[in-house]
Design a protein around this ligand. Structure first.
Ligand code: KMH
Ligand code: ZN
Length: 276
């Protein structure tokens, strides 16, 4: 039976703790979240961290402590965000790799991001990709729009396969300024992914109210799933998310119904080409 890789993105850089009290912002909250989400089916954690004021930070010392604590406290694959917040400078985003996570995100192009711009210059993308190759960090290529899959094809053609040799992309759908969180957009991406190296896998996440349609479309298309409070803080109309584990448990339920139960972290490591 094929299985489903479930990634939890518990915090992000945009949601404020005051708006969503269940948002994990301290290291203890993050480790507890990781453990709870692993127990209900997650195998990867996509991590943004906060400072003592609960604001987003890319402080290297904190990132190293976070990687160590998540490894000690859970079996999840630790994926650090190099996207950070839209205000983070490139050098800080590159320095994230010095925390030596199992995986790191690598966004494949610039995109309008609500009223802001999420800047990802070509030269910066190449730098991230090659530094991850050198450090043996497995990338997750973040795709906010269809053309970014063509950019990924160009990156791999010119600069080679990522560490581990496997290509995994995450479709981030429904960002105001990016592709919509629709079945049609997901189908267009799935078709473009066929032009990437054989065996390329994808997960998908829908921001806000596109969360459930994208989850169902991805499962139906043979894709994997990302859920979490980075992407949605509303469980259902008028019902705030109680915890990240609540979102993972729902994703697990749908995956089981689709006859594709959650993948264990060990199987996810094998799939993604992450050394033990
Ligand atoms: N916070 C967004 C500006 C990533 O983590 O790599 C970027 C983001 C993507 O969340
Ligand atoms: Zn992120």
């Amino acid at each position: 039976m094929t299985t489903t890789l479930i990634t939890v993105a518990p915090t992000g850089a945009e949601i404020r703790k005051t708006d969503a009290p269940a948002l994990p912002v301290t290291l203890d909250e993050l480790v507890t979240t990781a453990r709870d989400c692993e127990a209900v089916g997650a195998s990867v954690i996509h991590v943004h961290i906060r400072d003592d004021a609960a604001d987003p930070t890319l402080d290297l010392g904190r990132l190293k402590d976070t990687v160590a604590a998540l490894r000690a406290g859970s079996g999840l694959i630790v994926q650090l965000s190099t996207g950070g917040a839209v205000t983070d400078p490139e050098e800080d985003r590159l320095r994230v790799l010095e925390a030596q996570p199992d995986m790191a995100s690598c966004t494949m192009g610039t995109v309008n991001f609500g009223d802001d711009v999420f800047l990802n210059r070509w030269a910066f993308i190449v730098d991230l990709h090659t530094r991850m190759q050198e450090r043996g960090i497995v990338p997750e290529y973040e795709i906010f729009d269809l053309g970014q899959l063509t950019a990924l094809q160009r990156l791999l053609d010119k600069h080679g396969l990522p560490a581990g040799g496997h290509v995994h992309v995450d479709l981030v759908m429904g960002v105001p300024g990016g592709m919509p969180g629709t079945v049609a957009a997901l189908a267009a991406c799935e078709s473009a992914i066929k032009d990437l190296p054989a065996g390329t896998t994808f997960s998908a996440t829908g921001i806000g109210r596109s969360s459930l349609p994208v989850l169902l479309a991805s499962l139906a298309a043979g894709g994997h799933l990302r859920v979490g409070m980075e992407d949605t803080v509303t469980y259902a109309k008028g019902q705030p998310v109680e915890s990240n584990a609540q979102l993972v448990a729902r994703a697990t339920g749908f995956a089981r119904l689709a006859q594709r139960p959650p993948m264990t972290p060990a199987d996810a490591r094998t799939l993604l080409g992450i050394a033990d």
